[in-house]
Design a protein around this ligand. Sequence first.
Ligand code: MN
Length: 483
Amino acid sequence: MAPRRALQEYRDKRDFDATPEPSGAEAAEPSGLARFVVQEHHATALHWDLRLEAEGVLWSWAVPKGIPVDPKHNHLAVRTEDHPLQYLDFSGDIPDGNYGAGQMTIWDRGTYELHKQTRREVVITLHGQRVSGRYALFATKGKNWMIHRMDAPADPDRGDPPADLRPMLATLGVLPKPPSGWAFEVKWDGIRALATVQGGRLHLASRNGRDLSSRYPELRALGLQLGSTEAVLDGEVVAFDPDGRPSFQLLQRRMHVTSESAQRRFSQEVPATYVVFDLLWLDGHSLVDLPYRQRRQQLEALGLNGPAWRTPPAAFDDPTGFLEFVQQAGLEGLVAKRADSPYEIGRRSTAWRKIKLQHRQEFVVGGWSPGKGNRSGRIGALLIGYYDQPGGSLRYAGKVGTGFSDAELARLERVLKPLVQPESPFDSGPVPRDATFVRPELVVEVRYTEWTDDGRIRHPAYLGTRDDKVASEIGREGPSFDR
Ligand code: MN
């Protein structure tokens, strides 16, 4: 198992200044032509296998995070059994039920120089296509070794993706005229999320930085598809209804699920899809200063389409086809993005416009009015409002009494009852006299036809609650104070 154990023992017993026996060291030096391979192994847990041709076999280590590119980050390397030389060329699927079942691809190969070897340390220089440089492998405990890059980083400008990235936001607007120089996309009706993939592991964060990674287990395979490619993606988590339309109401069923077993079950019942539209970071480098058109090209080159993720095309310079599609499909609207615009982290920008073909926005719940008939004794309608400015006065916008299922109504009662307060949180408007008031904390999404002149919405319908928005920041949508 340990490299050269027999030879080490041989050496330990001899003083080569005193005996004519060969030390064996020369024979062990592979004269600069020994080969290595790194295989990407999609087994139960993704890892990379480093194998060095030596002593007629392949010394092997399984490296869960891959070969480190920076001397600052040592990676665990678990010593595994020696493999036959034929393994240098092996790629393929190891069938289920076998040891190491899963897909294995060749990530890199080349030659290496051996500089040092003891039972507990191997120093090499790799000459591959993707990895080159001097590395030390050293044993720590039992089969556990570490691999350390001894050379300067292969790419000195390489950095780690920032942990606190926030998505660029769009401003409510109209179709740009002329449309040349703009890109058009569907406005997806879901949850905005940034996905960071490193070493095949996916971390998903909401627009306000909340960790969503465990909520959508079906998206983990996206990390596996990216493998060793490090990327930060921007996109929207969407649930599609049986007609293929994005349904925020369906996605709602995923938003309040906390237990891991329920999350797994819901990933089958209400599968989510991550719709990817931007690429902010790739292999150690930020792309945010590149124009959108170039970020899109690099994103599309990744070919991210799989069972639970896709990269739909953007239409550059002409929205006609998209407009027809969005209207026929009854989708919410379009987003227009300036093709030459950089990615403005965490900012709402006029370089991105959302163009709504249906009206909907978030409101703050300030109370409810009692139900009648078969809803008597329960919530009849939610009293909703919006702030005139962030943290300012809460204005009454009307009541929404349709769009609830019985289960959703029961859930809303559970959420709202602890928030009951005697006084009205609204600063204006003819609030119903039989209202029960609550602290204005719950944010709901509502569809409506239009605003009246006195600041009320017409024909509202409830769509769901939002736990990714802060109540005090909910205003009336418009170019000046937009969500
Ligand atoms: Mn393996």
